[in-house]
Design a protein around this ligand. Structure first.
Ligand code: NAD
Length: 377
């Protein structure tokens, strides 16, 4: 059971001692030289720990690599408020990623569709031969579909359960190995062959409830419900204005990216997926979180859903010593891609809640100052 109490007040060495995980080893130039081209050095970022997270009833230390001040404190603060009503709950889809093979130069897409349908099962078998390492772990190719896009172009979409890997390299390899057989069967030319970062089959969801009283910076004033209402108003602005939604979602990604970097995940892929998903909402680009008042129980209900294509294997997850230390710190939450996705969704929700509360409460303070000003006139 982590001891979160007054963690912030400890000297750095005592914080590390309390975690029981060593962060001494760092990325060597030799290892870094294997990762990128033209290496000259490595670049440090602050690595901090968010406290008070209770996710699916399990308390967990959350490692966050980020240069921006206040992010870790804000996440910890809101996690503490959420823990008063049980913390965060999560639900995460199976780790399904999709790759596309572009098809060109056919005059009869209906015929191509029939051929793909007819050979579906044998194409899945062929895919699973390429993905033997995933099949062995319960994953592999699940579905292949054909989609005509316009008179000149169509796409074959291949859905793969990537288990605990992010899956980009696995899928790209698979797309390139399936393409010749698809050309042979259909007579169409294949073009681009690559995974999609809009991994909307791989959603992570988290939700929590915050007592109104916990939203009030000055609980004696009993403004919690009013602040909750202001949060909902701000959320509705994000639903109506993409200019607000972009900043709303940036606040979410402050938390998600920081955990992604600490755990060696591809934050560019996560960003691409999150914003593409946010654009798929009925009204166009909108917020990834949702807020509503629960007056009966005097609490704000908050939830988030976004695609999270993460790995706890592959990439740099097992080569960067400090990333390895972060996975160790996460315990069960670092043991599967789905568990890590649930945790990251919860962190994104906490981060957004903290920013919304600050905006709403500051507004209240300014309102009071204006009132004060009017009174003193
Ligand atoms: P990877 O190439 O390291 O493959 C994962 C490996 O882990 C596979 O060999 C697999 O067999 C093995 N494995 C071991 N245990 C496993 C388990 N429990 N579940 C699943 N696999 C297991 O990594 P990847 O996930 O295929 O690709 C991720 C990397 O690809 C990231 O570094 C990312 O930055 C990069 N990338 C991303 C994009 C993109 O997002 N558009 C494109 C290209 C590359």
């Amino acid at each position: 059971m982590p001891d979160f109490s007054r963690f912030y007040a400890l000297p750095i060495t005592e914080r590390v001692a309390r975690l029981g995980v060593s962060f001494e080893d760092n990325l060597s130039l030799e290892t870094a030289d294997q990762m990128v081209e033209n290496l000259v050095s490595t670049l440090e970022l602050p690595l901090g720990i968010a406290c008070h997270f209770v996710i699916n009833q399990k308390p967990v230390w959350v490692p966050m690599a980020i240069e921006e001040p206040s992010v870790i404190a804000a996440a910890s603060f809101m996690a503490k408020q959420a823990s008063k009503l049980g913390g965060f709950r999560t639900k995460v889809d199976e780790p399904i990623m999709m790759g596309q093979i572009q098809l060109l130069d056919s005059t009869d897409w209906d015929a191509v569709q029939s051929i793909i349908n007819k050979h579906h099962d044998e194409l899945v078998i062929q895919a699973n031969q390429v993905l033997a390492s995933l099949v062995k772990r319960g994953g592999g190719c699940k579905e292949i579909i054909f989609k005509p896009l316009n008179a000149k172009m169509a796409v074959v979409e291949v859905f793969v359960d990537c288990r605990d890997a992010m899956g980009a390299n696995l899928i790209n390899t698979l797309m390139e190995s399936l393409a010749p057989q698809i050309e042979l069967l259909t007579g169409a030319q294949t073009g681009f062959k690559i995974l999609s970062n809009l991994s909307d089959q791989r959603l992570a969801r988290a939700w929590c409830e915050i007592p109104y009283a916990s939203l009030d910076p000055n609980p004696t004033k009993d403004h919690g419900r009013e602040i909750a209402q202001r949060i909902v108003n701000g959320y509705e602005l994000a639903c109506l204005s993409p200019y607000r939604a972009a900043t709303h979602n940036k606040g979410i990604m402050n938390g998600i990216d920081a955990v992604a970097i600490a755990t060696g995940n591809d934050w560019r892929a996560i960003e691409a997926g999150a914003h593409a998903y946010a654009s798929q909402q009925p009204g166009g680009y909108g917020p990834l979180t949702h807020f509503e008042l629960d007056n009966k129980n005097a609490c704000l209900k908050a939830r988030i859903a976004l695609p999270l294509a993460l790995g706890v294997v592959g990439g740099i997850t097992q080569t960067h010593p400090r990333v390895k230390a972060c996975h160790k710190l996460l315990g069960d939450f670092g043991s599967s891609a789905q568990a890590l996705a649930g945790l990251m969704a919860a962190v994104g929700l906490a981060q957004n809640l903290a920013a919304m509360r600050a905006l709403a409460a500051e507004g209240i303070q300014q309102g009071h100052m204006a009132l004060h000003g009017r009174k003193s006139r």
